[in-house]
Structures are given as structure tokens and as C-alpha cells.
Design a protein around this ligand. Structure first.
Ligand code: ATP
Ligand code: NNR
Length: 201
């Protein structure tokens, strides 16, 4: 049985932190990070505001991301092996269909790309308020550092726009409060995955 779980959310909401803990706890669990599909800086458009437009879907190679997810769907055992993920002994032996295999897809623009919408068996979304987000982001170093004013001029307005679009996309999304502690968020999602996906077997 294969399950694909989306962990979406605002920048610095805690997606990677939550994902890292879930991977360790869930059986035969692989991960795809949307940030790994950013195009190189010279292919990122510069807007009328003068900022490189990182926080739009066209800054990402979404076709490559979809193909990576398809690769997992076609052969989760091979995918796990090639990504150094330890499988349970049963999963090493048996037909993948008789075993639980989980893929977590993590990213800031997961639910704003049509071809991905019907891929998720469960969709989570982490939010934090403006002040907290700005504060956490100011401590981060991306491969290309944020120029002054990027957060207020581009990152936050794009977040608000994409969030509105996402809320209208019809996907059943479970919203998570990113102000909860790391432990609280992990416990909530871990329990929910067990209740909604794994116990159903
Ligand atoms: N529940 C939490 N409470 C307080 N701080 C948190 C929590 N979760 C994560 N953080 C902190 O917030 C920062 C961002 O976390 P993380 O990298 O997990 O976010 P992200 O959503 O993956 O960010 P991005 O995708 O923008 O890189 C880190 O410094 C992390 O330690
Ligand atoms: N990972 C990168 O290449 C990169 C470069 C510039 C900006 N970002 C930021 O990453 C966030 C998503 O995690 C977005 O808000 C981008 O601004 C990433």
C-alpha cells in the first residue's frame, strides 16, 4: 500500500523540521523536497519591483518534481534504496503492494500546481503569523541570500496570494498551527497519519 503525504506551508513554518521527525518514525518513508527543484538563479525572472521572483511556481522545475514523485510511485523499493533509506526487512523481501510505503512531499508551493493536486492522500499546511515568519526568515541563509526588502516586497505578498488560490482549489487540507511546539506538531501529525492512513489497512 502506497501513501503520499503533503507537508505544505509558509516559508519557515517548520515543514522541514516536522518532515525530518516523521521520516524517522514512519515505516519505509521517503521524502521529496520542493526546494531541491529551484531553477538556477540566472533563470529566475526579475519583477517590476526589481526582485528576483523566487516565490512563484515558474521558479521551480515542477515537471522534474512530478517525475521524481512518479519514480517513487512506480518503484518505491528502488527509490528508497537509491536514496539511502532503510527499509523494513519485510519491505526488502515482499511485493511493494503488500507493504506500507510512504512518501512525504514537502514544500512552500505544493497545492498551487494542478498536476500535483490529485497525488496527495493527505494534505497538511503549516501557517505562522507575519511577525513570527519575518523573524524566523531573518535568521536563515538560502543559497541566494535575501536582499533587503525581499520579505515585505515579494515573499509575504506572494504567500498571501498563493494561500488564497490554494483555499479555492477544492483540496481537503488540514491546517496546522506552526506556533505550536515542535513536539506538539509532530505528535498531532504522527497520530493523525496513523488514524487516517495506516490503521485503515
Ligand atoms: N514548532 C516550532 N516552533 C518554533 N520554531 C520552529 C518550529 N518549527 C521549526 N522552527 C524553527 O523555524 C525555522 C524554520 O524551520 P524549518 O526549516 O523546519 O521551516 P521550513 O518551513 O522548512 O522553511 P523553508 O521551507 O522556508 O526553508 C528553524 O529555525 C526551526 O528551528
Ligand atoms: N533554495 C534556493 O535555491 C532558494 C533561493 C532563494 C530563495 N529561496 C527561498 O526558499 C523559500 C522556500 O523554501 C522561498 O521563500 C524562496 O524565497 C530559496
Amino acid at each position: 500500500m502506497k501513501h503520499i503525504i503533503g507537508i505544505g506551508g509558509v516559508t519557515n513554518g517548520g515543514k522541514t523540521t516536522l518532515t525530518d521527525r516523521l521520516i524517522k518514525a514512519l515505516p519505509n518513508c521517503c521524502v521529496v523536497h520542493q526546494d531541491d527543484f529551484f531553477k538556477p538563479p540566472d533563470q529566475i525572472a526579475v519583477g517590476a519591483d526589481g526582485f528576483k521572483q523566487w516565490d512563484v511556481i515558474t521558479s521551480l522545475d515542477m515537471e522534474a518534481m512530478v517525475n521524481t514523485i512518479k519514480g517513487w510511485e512506480e518503484n518505491p523499493v528502488k527509490f528508497a534504496r537509491s536514496h539511502g533509506i532503510q527499509l523494513t526487512p519485510a519491505a526488502e523481501m515482499d511485493d511493494p503492494e503488500s507493504q506500507v510505503h510512504i512518501l512525504i512531499v514537502e514544500g512552500f508551493l505544493l497545492y498551487n500546481y494542478k498536476p500535483l493536486l490529485d497525488v496527495f492522500d493527505k494534505s497538511y499546511y503549516i501557517s505562522i503569523p507575519y511577525e513570527e515568519c519575518k523573524m524566523r526568515r531573518s535568521t536563515r541563509q538560502y543559497t541566494v541570500p535575501d536582499p533587503p526588502g525581499l520579505f515585505d516586497g515579494h515573499v509575504w505578498p506572494m504567500y498571501l496570494k498563493h494561500r488564497r488560490d490554494m483555499e479555492n482549489c477544492g483540496l481537503p487540507i488540514e491546517y496546522l498551527d506552526g506556533l505550536k511546539t515542535k513536539d506538539e506538531m509532530y505528535n498531532q501529525v504522527h497520530e493523525d497519519i496513523h488514524n487516517t492512513l495506516l490503521n485503515r489497512l
